[in-house]
Design a protein around this ligand. Structure first.
Ligand SMILES: Nc1ncnc2c1ncn2[C@@H]1O[C@H](COP(=O)(O)OP(=O)(O)OP(=O)(O)O)[C@@H](O)[C@H]1O
Ligand SMILES: [Mg+2]
Length: 265
């Protein structure tokens, strides 16, 4: 669905933030991980066309994004920002979520339908008239997720969706990602919560100093200890525990741990 070729980027005269990135994305749910400042947010902003590459090319669904207008791209790629305050600007929850669909010229009735469906998915369907700024941070993040889901794009990117979410909120995000995946959408998520990565994503890409340091099925990536150490990424606790206990293979979840633990005990 996305092909990234020789992509490089820097903010004005500053040092290079992304260097020669080569990546292809298919429908697998994908986590993008790596330390602060590794270039993850910059990368997804380039995919969304919010920044222009210094070199290289991004092709989304067969079309070079440089040749697409922002409006065309917003029909294909949705991006939920790291900070909800960068995204929210309307006076009510419903208006906020309807804005995107209306902006891509959806009929008002369809826009409302999509908005309510998306709000139901994130659990905010009873707060349609509330001012978004009166919501809690975790609700604001869910509202921003709904705004993007309502656009019904084939590709949805989340930047740090689990920040400010308690276990209930994380469970909601888990369910949202699963639902979107079942609908055949490509879900890409920048995330620092490694337990969440291990439990929810088929593929994991590790960014380090503007380059791709590791990329593959999540289990394979979490077995590459040296690369993770270099990228300052700590594997999930359960993976580390299993490793310390000498359980063979790479354990990703508590259920896997229990199954393997009994068999090696
Ligand atoms: N608007 C900007 N102008 C100049 N430099 C920037 C700008 N935005 C980001 N940078 C720099 O680019 C580099 C990559 O930043 P980016 O936000 O892409 O990292 P990140 O991997 O998303 O980090 P985090 O995990 O902290 O969100 C950092 O050195 C950052 O300081
Ligand atoms: Mg970031």
């Amino acid at each position: 669905m996305i092909k990234v070729k020789n992509l490089s980027f820097s903010y004005k005269q500053n040092p290079q933030v992304l260097s020669d990135i080569q990546l292809e994305f298919d429908q697998r749910s994908t986590a993008i991980i790596g330390q602060n400042g590794a270039g993850k947010t910059t990368f997804v902003k380039l995919l969304k066309g919010l920044l222009k590459p210094n070199a290289g090319q991004i092709v989304v669904k067969g079309q070079v994004i440089k040749e697409q207008t922002a409006a065309e791209l917003s029909r294909t790629i949705g991006l939920v920002f790291q900070n909800p305050n960068d995204q929210i600007f309307k006076r009510s929850v419903l208006e906020e979520v309807m804005f995107g669909p209306l902006n891509i010229k959806m009929e008002k009735s369809e826009a409302k339908e999509k908005a309510i469906e998306a709000l139901r998915l994130v659990g905010l369907e009873h707060q349609l008239d509330i001012n978004p700024h009166d919501l809690s941070l975790s609700e604001k993040k869910l509202l921003c997720i709904a705004s993007v889901i309502a656009m019904d794009t084939d590709i949805i990117i989340f930047d740090e969706p689990t920040i400010a979410q308690d276990s209930n909120g994380k469970e909601k995000i888990r369910r949202i990602i699963r639902t979107l995946k079942e609908k055949g959408k490509l879900v890409m998520t920048i995330i620092h919560d490694m337990d969440f990565v291990a439990e929810n994503f088929e593929r994991t890409i590790v960014f380090n100093q503007g380059r791709v340091l590791a990329d593959g099925p999540t289990r394979e990536v979490f077995s590459q200890k040296q690369e993770l150490l270099r990228a300052k990424v700590e594997p999930p606790y359960i993976t580390q525990l299993a490793d310390k206990l000498g359980i063979p293979g790479t354990i990703l979840t508590i259920d896997e741990f229990i199954a393997k633990y009994h068999s090696v005990k």
